[in-house]
Design a binder for this molecule. Sequence first.
Ligand code: ZN
Ligand code: ZN
Ligand code: ZN
Ligand code: ZN
Ligand code: ZN
Length: 240
Amino acid sequence: MDAINLDKPALEAVDDYCEYRRIVGEDDGGKLFTPEEYEEYKRKVLPLRMKNRLYVSFGVPGGIDCKLIGPETQCFCEHRYKQHQTEWEVVPSERPLALPCKVRGCHCSAYTYVPWLGCNPVRCRCKHLPQDHSEATGHLCRKCNSCSGFNSPFTCGCGRPLFEHRTLVETKLERQARGQPVGRDVPYAAMGGLTGFSSLLDGYHTLEASCTGNNLFLFPLFETKSRSFFFYSQGHSVHL
Ligand SMILES: [Zn+2]
Ligand SMILES: [Zn+2]
Ligand SMILES: [Zn+2]
Ligand SMILES: [Zn+2]
Ligand SMILES: [Zn+2]
């Protein structure tokens, strides 16, 4: 692959754009804010976002976090975390806290992580993929009558079966009460459970990496099926 040489102003423009995207997410509806609109957005949204941040993880209740959800992590409904409602002016008090999908026509009422094996998400006991099931509550199969709702025989890297796992949405206080890292406050949209470098690794690996929440902070750029690509300051990217 050829290296592309960018001069400094071009690199700064790339950094500015990435910063804009991380902050605004999809809230501009696909049309870039004017500088005035951007300032107004930051003034209105950022204080609430920092105060109300929600952390999203996947694991067995009482156990470790097997996966920390980032902005690009796919839901059962096939849409990404950032396409769900990830922030509120006032965080609802009911638990579990459900984050519905905002994509028009999608009936997903709660962000739900499904592990992947290679290039595909894990299959249901009925042998069909998550996308063959309804994204609405109950996740009934559209391809067979023997399925009573998506349920996979998959065993997670933590050694426990998938059905014991749940996608957990929690506030900063709730996460701290579980003794889990919350990272530093960031202005970025839909950060989910990402709090530091070791968020890139699956939970059973972070045990070895000893996540303290004070690690080098990396910004998620995009995530493919098996790899996460991250962007950190000055426009370098790394991948795991
Ligand atoms: Zn959806
Ligand atoms: Zn969804
Ligand atoms: Zn089926
Ligand atoms: Zn099924
Ligand atoms: Zn697990």
